[in-house]
Design a binder for this molecule. Structure first.
Ligand code: KIV
Ligand code: ZN
Length: 555
């Protein structure tokens, strides 16, 4: 690995840095750049319909500033902005932002595209870093300042031609993180001298980590230094725009806010050039989970994901913070146990505070559900199989049966050498219990009620046809209930040394169509066996469960 060809980023000399001791107290002003930075980096950029759909989503989420594109760059971009304006699709409290390079033709076209807009942010940029000046533009520092100042002058000049629009100006020293700080300040102040912002009509200075080059604390130092050194700080909105080259753009934006920034640009799910932009959902939900109103609505994340995926043709990763398919799922038994206890404690304490181990937020807040994923393998506890039968198929096994069935499943998993899913488990449950019809099978039965006058007790007499290894036999017995009578009948004719242990019964579905499931345990030769059966008739379920238990004890 030739890591020696890379150079370490120099630390920032910042005396008495303040950001490390601060806390974020409020949401910043958000600006979505989905329709520009996000769009320009898509393998298939959005068409006008898709851009409209995305715009509506952003508006519904509560964005008040939306960079809608680069209208001078293509017909689609131009047409999209005209559609928004001509069809009156921009709500009164929403300001559209447009990006342009500092070139007259492009600026002229940009203003033309904005004609009729009530308010707009015109965003001009040029690259300022040492590397870009030397390698790409081959221009001196002074020449780069000239480009920026020229752009600012054009913004002022063209804005005067459209007095019906309330313009705000934004300037980005593109590649700011690779720009000498004092020089970045010099460029921005030269631009501001032209724009002449005031405290009432501020200009936006956007300080992008166009390429993320260092740890987030370095970006925070750059922002704090800039915010403390810029003249007339009150006339300026300091905006952040972080990319994710090192995977730390969320931290960079968060620390940048601590360092004094007012505004944050980003996209949904971090779509954007290369490794992407800041994900506003992550940053917004980070605020939310600290009890801070993010001023954006994430309560229907599934719909946000749906529209995002339809428009961008990108997918949201299963592990994406707050949004991924798996982020509210627990696989580990100990995590599940802790979560169950946490959820129970919340119910009991009833103080409207969320404190659940392994779940930093309540999934319901973003329209999601907590999911327990139980994987059954030879190492799983016996409770796991019972939990699957209950949660997936509605069978509430008696506690004493957990061990018996857990052992059966463990042996199957051992033999297969793989994990079993819920369907596999149900298949083995059916095989072992519900479909166990040999050697005995109950074919018909008749129950009569008898009154024993001498003991003054109700008795039951049962007459049943059973098939024994496929030949029929009639058996008869009396007892204090159908199960007792049937057990006695069975004993009389066939089964010796088998003892009745327990009987449990539950309804499988609720309502009039419901079926009963019976669980009966018997003991034979000092070993215990469960039998299970289902029927719409309670007696049939119980008698068949007994036959099942006897069959299992015979195998
Ligand atoms: O990343 C960047 O520097 C940009 C600018 C145009 C603001 O997208
Ligand atoms: Zn960008």
């Amino acid at each position: 690995m030739s890591y020696t060809k890379y150079t370490k980023f120099n630390k920032i000399e910042l005396e008495k840095r303040e950001w490390p001791t601060k806390q974020i107290e409020n949401a910043p002003t958000w600006c979505s750049v989905d329709l520009r930075d996000g769009n320009q980096s898509l393998p298939t950029p959005m068409n006008v319909e898709e851009k409209l759909k995305m715009f509506k989503l952003l508006v519904n989420m509560g964005f008040k500033e939306i960079e809608i594109g680069f209208p001078s760059a293509s017909k689609t971009e131009y047409k999209f902005l005209r559609t928004l304006i001509e069809e009156d699709l921009i709500p009164k409290d929403v300001t559209v932002q447009v990006l342009t390079q500092a070139r007259e033709q492009l600026i002229e076209k940009t203003f033309e595209a904005l004609k009729g807009a009530k308010s707009a942010i015109v965003h001009v940029y040029n690259s300022t870093s040492e590397l870009q000046r030397r390698v790409v533009f081959k221009k001196s520092k002074e020449e780069i300042i000239e480009i920026a100042v020229h752009g600012a002058k054009l913004l002022k000049e063209y804005s005067k031609k459209y007095p019906e629009t309330n313009f705000t100006f934004e300037y980005s020293p593109e590649s700011f993180t690779g720009t000498e700080l004092d020089y970045a300040l010099e460029v921005c102040e030269a631009v501001l001298e032209v724009l002449e912002p005031t405290a009432e009509k501020k200009a936006i200075i956007n300080l992008p980590s166009t390429v993320e080059m260092a740890t987030p604390n370095v970006y925070a130092d750059q922002i704090e230094w800039f915010s403390k050194n810029i003249k007339n700080r009150d006339n300026v909105i300091i905006s952040l725009h972080t990319h994710n080259d090192r995977g730390t753009c969320t931290a960079s934006s968060e620390l940048g806010l601590l360092a004094g920034a007012d505004r944050v640009e980003g996209t949904l799910f971090g779509n954007g050039e290369r490794t992407g932009n800041l994900d506003i959902i992550t940053m917004g939900m980070n605020l939310y989970s600290q009890g801070i109103d993010p001023k954006l609505d994430f309560s229907n994340l599934n719909n946000i994901i749906k529209v995002y995926e339809e428009c961008t043709k990108m997918t949201v990763n299963e592990r994406h913070p707050y949004a991924g398919k798996l982020v509210y799922a627990a696989f580990s038994g100990s995590h599940q146990d802790a979560i169950r206890k946490g959820l129970l404690a919340i119910k009991e304490e009833n103080n409207n505070k969320w404190e659940v181990p392994y779940l930093p937020i309540d999934p319901h807040d973003v329209g999601r559900e907590y999911e327990e994923i139980i994987r059954i393998n030879s190492q799983s506890g016996k409770g796991g199989t019972a939990y699957i039968l209950e949660s997936e198929f509605g069978f509430i096994l008696p506690k004493a049966m957990h061990e018996e069935f857990g052992k059966i499943i463990k042996e199957k998993s051992d033999a297969l050498g793989s994990e079993l899913n819920a369907d596999d488990i149900f298949k083995y449950f059916k095989n072992e219990y519900l479909e166990r019809k040999q050697p005995y099978r109950l074919k018909t039965y008749e129950i009569k009620s008898l009154q024993n006058v001498e003991t003054d007790k109700n008795m039951v007499n049962i007459k049943a046809t059973i098939s024994i290894n496929d030949s029929d036999k009639i058996i008869e017995g009396t007892g204090n209930g159908p199960i007792d009578a049937f057990f006695n009948a069975f004993h009389k004719y066939h089964v010796n040394g088998c003892k009745f242990i327990s009987y449990d019964q539950q309804a499988l579905e609720s309502g009039s169509e419901s079926r009963a499931v019976s669980y009966i345990q018997v003991e034979s030769n000092n070993k215990r066996y469960f039998g299970v059966a289902i029927s719409e008739n309670i007696d049939t379920a119980a008698l068949n469960a007994l036959v099942c238990a006897i069959n299992r004890s015979n195998s």
